[in-house]
Design a binder for this molecule. Structure first.
Ligand code: ADP
Ligand code: MG
Length: 242
């Protein structure tokens, strides 16, 4: 059973008396250890799709299952626990607690759940390349370091699935590269299943697969290995959204 199944989801928002059809029947499967980039123009439904995968919003119809379990029948309490244990969420704005050190931000989910702080946290901080920076507060870290802390916080409960919404959206190219390499390593070396929203071909090129969304519909899906550079990927994307 692959860890992420989205089957024929529809989602309409009601806004100022009119309906916005954000998703109009989208199906996506992501296999274990796959790194899928979701691409599409602003407003095409990328975040809505990612939020459905994370159980942050419910579809009007269609099904979502994560790590072998359907989300729809879960109570709010069960869904919260399920999300905590199976899904790591990363956003464009890092959402770190400014008064806590990098290390304390990473282990915050353990503290909130009343779980023991094992050796895992320092292992994760090393994987993130932040060991020397672990006692710094967010405002003493670069944007890329802050996003790596946020990724660490998403990893602390050892989720099978990581969902990242434009994780490099606030980063310069050097920091963006470091975050992309980290996500790719988590996929390749640690077997995480990753879904990342981005509109940049140079970021999507780090993924193993790309899904293209246009006006709430999936219009293309392809592996990235067939391209020799992100210029070719960009051309395929432009063709798909024309
Ligand atoms: P993307 O992430 O690709 O920019 P979104 O999934 O955020 O797209 O949005 C898809 C469409 O749904 C857009 O037209 C957006 O304005 C609308 N939308 C998203 N969230 C809401 C909401 N909470 N209420 C009303 N409309 C929304
Ligand atoms: Mg978005």
């Amino acid at each position: 059973m692959s860890p992420l199944h989205v089957t024929n989801v529809h989602k309409t928002y009601r806004q100022g008396g009119r309906d916005v059809r954000a998703l109009r029947g989208v199906s996506v499967d992501v296999n274990r250890g796959q790194f899928l980039a979701i691409m599409g123009a602003s407003g095409s439904g990328k975040s809505t799709l990612l939020h459905l995968m994370g159980g942050l919003t419910k579809p009007d119809s269609g099904e979502v299952s994560v790590d072998g379990e359907a989300l729809a029948p879960m109570s709010d309490g069960k869904l919260t626990r399920f999300r905590r244990d199976h899904i790591g969420l990363v956003f464009q704005s890092f959402n770190l607690i400014p008064t806590l050190s990098a290390r304390e931000n990473v282990l915050l989910p353990l503290r909130l759940a009343g779980r023991p702080i094992g050796d895992r946290v320092d292992e994760i901080i090393r994987t993130l390349g932040l060991f020397d920076r672990r006692h710094h507060k967010p405002d003493a870290l670069s944007g890329g370091e802050q996003q790596r802390v946020a990724i660490g916080r998403a990893l602390i409960n050892d989720p099978a699935v990581i969902l990242a919404d434009e994780p490099t959206g606030n980063l310069d190219s050097v920091n963006s590269k470091a975050v992309c390499e980290l996500l790719r390593d988590l996929c390749v070396m640690h077997g995480k299943t990753i879904v990342m929203v981005t509109h940049e071909p140079s970021v999507a090129a780090y993924a193993s697969d790309v899904a293209v969304i246009k006006d709430g519909l999936l219009v293309d899906r392809f592996p990235t290995e067939v391209f020799s550079g992100h210029g070719e990927l960009a051309a395929r994307y432009q063709e798909a959204v024309r």
